[in-house]
Write a protein that binds this ligand. Structure first.
Ligand SMILES: O=C(O)C[C@H]1C=CC(=O)O1
Length: 96
């Protein structure tokens, strides 16, 4: 199942820089592992914002929920999820 996800990150301004750096490092490691596994299919920065557009390829809504809530930055993100299905005019298969 494919999901388009927008994540907006809002770290508290008072968060110590070392804590923010540790969160971002842990987030990067998890995100890169999930990309290597194929579950986090796309990760794009939204230009000019501390936000991203992502595409996840998971087995279920429950798996997506578990994955998103396990992200180190989850407590500091506003997340919008859109389920996607095949467009009848698309010339691509879902594996690309
Ligand atoms: O920077 C972000 O957009 C938030 C988050 C998503 C992946 C990652 O490494 O950090």
């Amino acid at each position: 199942m494919l999901f388009h996800v927008r994540m907006d990150v809002q770290l508290p301004p008072a968060m110590p820089a070392a804590q923010a750096d540790e969160l971002k490092k842990n987030e990067r490691e998890l995100a890169q592992g999930l990309q290597r596994s194929g579950k986090w299919r796309h990760l794009w920065r939204i230009a000019g914002q501390y936000a991203n557009y992502s595409v996840f390829d998971v087995e279920s809504v429950d798996e997506l929920h578990t994955l998103l809530t396990s992200l180190p930055l989850f407590p500091y993100m506003k997340i919008e999820v859109s389920p996607m299905c095949r467009h009848p005019s698309s010339i691509r298969d879902t594996d690309t």
